[in-house]
Design a protein around this ligand. Structure first.
Ligand SMILES: [Zn+2]
Length: 281
């Protein structure tokens, strides 16, 4: 799956969109938004088109990743992936759902059963905790948001990432000019913040964890940010762990104790090595 264009550029696959986002009330849910009782969100691409695009990507040997945030969008993509597999048969295709933020009862188990990669961004939960409660109501928000531990318990491959670190990157391209507009930075790409957030789940201004039963152990969070993320990209032969034959990509942290990192929740990167060579500082 995928192909390397150079040592630095790897074409992994294609991304499509099933729905929008929670913040703009456009993520697609089974039940309406509490703050907008007639709105269930938006399906931004028709199911038939998503199915056809997935089948076409299969033919081209491209991995498929579909953005789904609301519970209904996630169910819809799980259904589409299921029917592609039943038509084309089982093989190692590592279908991904990007974000998988809100999952209806039973959906986390389907990720495991169907072998779907849950590609999630722990840092997003910090910004969503308050708005999920407001938009979905306490009960739905508690039961279905960022179910990292439930996904792992179902044996799903849980892969952490930062997502694209700007909210919108807009390209307007015509024959004469190329305008690039970059909007505000919303997410820090430093993976240490993601690891800490997945373990503690404490949004700004909160004293306690949001859905404590979904907090991960340090080991599970590290695994999601390393070997599982590499596996989710078909890059686990080269990346994801320090083992013979793989690239020696690693960082040296300011602490040699993970206990300290867990307790204090911080550490800084003192040096970065890429393919065994120091790249920073
Ligand atoms: Zn997305």
């Amino acid at each position: 799956m995928g192909r390397a264009i150079s040592q630095w550029i790897y074409l992994g696959g294609v991304k499509a969109f099933a729905d929008g986002s929670l913040g703009s009330n456009s993520a697609l849910f089974h039940e309406p938004y509490v703050d907008e009782p007639h709105n269930y969100g938006l399906q931004v691409t028709e199911s038939e088109i998503l199915y056809n695009m997935t089948m076409a990507s299969e033919k081209s040997g491209l991995q498929v990743a579909i953005h789904a945030i609301g519970d209904r969008a996630n169910d819809l993509i799980l259904d589409i992936y299921e029917s592609v597999v039943s038509t084309n048969g089982m093989r190692d295709r590592r279908f991904r759902i990007e974000h998988a933020q809100h999952l209806a009862p039973g959906a986390a188990a389907r990720f495991g059963r169907q072998g779907i990669v849950a590609s999630v961004q722990p840092l997003h939960l910090l910004g969503d905790a308050d708005s999920a409660t407001k938009k979905l109501g306490m009960d739905r928000a508690q039961k279905e948001s960022y179910l990292f531990r439930s996904l792992l318990a179902s044996n799903a491959l849980l892969a952490f990432g930062s997502d694209w670190p700007v909210s919108i990157l807009r390209f307007i391209n015509n024959y004469l000019s190329l305008h690039i507009t970059v909007y505000r930075l919303v997410v820090d790409i430093n993976p240490l913040g993601g690891i800490k957030t997945a373990m503690k789940r404490i949004p700004p201004g909160w004293d306690d964890a949001w859905i404590p039963s979904e907090c991960l152990t340090l080991n599970d969070a590290l695994k999601a940010h390393t070997i599982s993320a590499a596996r989710a990209c078909f890059l686990d032969n080269d990346l994801g762990s320090l083992s013979p034959g793989k690239l020696a990509d690693f960082v040296i942290l300011s602490t040699d104790s993970w206990d300290y990192f867990v307790a204090e929740g911080s550490a800084s990167v003192e040096a970065t090595y890429v393919s065994g060579e120091r790249a920073y500082p």
